[in-house]
Design a protein around this ligand. Sequence first.
Ligand code: 5GP
Length: 425
Amino acid sequence: MNKGAEVGRGKTKVLFQDPKRSDALVVVSQDSITAGDGAKRDVIAGKGRLAALTTSRIFRLLNEAGLPTHYISGGEDADDNEMLVRRCEMIPIEVVVRAVAAGSYVKRNPGVKSGTVFAPRLVEFFFKDDARHDPQYTAEQIVEEKIATAAEVAVMADLARLNFDILSHAWRRQNVLLVDLKVEFGRAATPNGGTEILLADVIDNDSWRVWPAGDQALMLDKQIYRNLGTPSASDLDNVKAKYEEVAERVGQFAKRSGGFVGIIMGSASDNDHADRIAKALATYGVTARRHIASAHKTPLYALQKVQLLDSALGQVVYITIAGRSNALSAFVDAATANPVIASPVIGSTWGGMEIVSSLALPTGVASMVVLEPENAALAAAKILAVDDTVIYGRVAVAQYRNRNKLIDADTSLSSTPSTNGKATE
Ligand code: 5GP
């Protein structure tokens, strides 16, 4: 990448202005590895390439999941360890999320054993100051010292948790426990003249603790280097081998499972309902294959379609839409061992009864009955998310945004004066 003037330097990276865009920077990862706030430092040839590869693969996954990050492009082998990122004003706070007690937490809290599980996960803040060894700060201190507003601290904590959730899903799929993770945030300008909080800096094998099969002795991360006294050349080779393994494993994070939804509808008139399901599925990155087949009129054809979808390479989850009768849902459910979600059209009739609620449906219709098409799509996406971190991330981000919408609505309700002039409670 073409680079302009150097604008900053960290312990393991150098930042340059992008010559074409004032709102972007080029981040170049270095071969250095440090511990103890820079007190211990070594150089491992090729570590910069592995760091750029790991960070770019992680940020690509997070971007696909819809998390707001600073990452734009680059970082792969042909990019000279260089990534293009959105320029932002860094907030000098390290946000650490912990699923399991380890490291500085057990030092600070001697009564807590290493390996203790936190539920909910713990979020801690540390002020970035090597000379003072990054002191722990409370949210109140951050606000008091005007490092960030209370709203910004809340967003940082939420996004850090969400990020942890997504990355621990990706690691879990490889039977690796994500123990803890450090992230940093920046403020970026928005087109309307405001600012937004972005997940920034880097996330690489220096940023977390990862224990395969939940076993600390099998650790793959920088802790191996921290635990060494003065490392020999072969110690550093061993550290590098772990960084290589992590970069490769992280390369699987955004790999799609190929899972999809097979929509079987009983009549062409159900297509509007199918449209709504397919549209909602697309927001989670899930594709839908539609077929029209009737249990009453074309039973063999319906069976053939199920057999066809069952033998596809990717995992199928069925959503059946039955208009006048739910025989189709029961039929598909009996024909396959794959999950079937019945999403009957509301207002349609079954056995002379109008369907207004899933409670009105007879048992044995399908393994799951979900009326609203958007909810049926969500249920299917959640099933496919088990094997696909992009889908899992999109579902997690969508649920986070929905929660926020509700909280915003409540906040604006509380601050709206009622008609008699008194503020509502
Ligand atoms: P601890 O507070 O236990 O030392 O660290 C918690 C987590 O944050 C660990 O996963 C650790 O790797 C990460 N972490 C803490 N400080 C730093 C730092 O200065 N740089 C990086 N890259 N990660 C850190």
